[in-house]
Design a binder for this molecule. Sequence first.
Ligand code: HEM
Length: 146
Amino acid sequence: METSGFTGIAWIGRSAWAYPALESLHIVGIALLVGNLVLVELRVWGLHADLPMRALARAALPVSVLGFGLIALSGVLMFAAAPDELLSSRIFTIKIGLVLLAGLNATMFHARGGLAKVDRTARLQTALSLGLWVLVIILGRWIAYE
Ligand code: HEM
């Protein structure tokens, strides 16, 4: 990936190992985030009803937050390697918009106590959550092909 005039972290884009290492960290983060969210979302939809929701959430949600931390760290460093190029990328801009929307949806889900209620709204919000994260993954992969 061509680097911008911004030299601070431009070496990342030129490095034979740094950018692939960051992309790999990004993908590990995605696996931890989406993999653990899916477990909780399946439970909200009524699967594995014998699994106590609070115990499952206590185990899965901190790992998904760790995953998002890895994604954000690696994503910002990859962004910093070529900010001009990514800022002019329509797909990257839409992707970050969907990340913010997914974050807002998650905040509203927990603010209304979705894990305790497990009602129709909670099921809709978890379906929206999964849809948004899958869309973000598709757009993330698409950036390199724009
Ligand atoms: C938190 C903010 C995020 C930032 C700043 C960010 C930034 C980036 C950047 C700069 C790239 C590299 C584009 C390229 O070189 O082709 C990328 C790739 C990617 N991103 Fe993100 N991203 C973020 C969040 C996410 C999230 C939440 C997901 C999925 C849940 C995601 C999925 C992907 C995927 C699948 C790729 C392609 C990786 C590859 O081809 O190796 N990103 N992201």
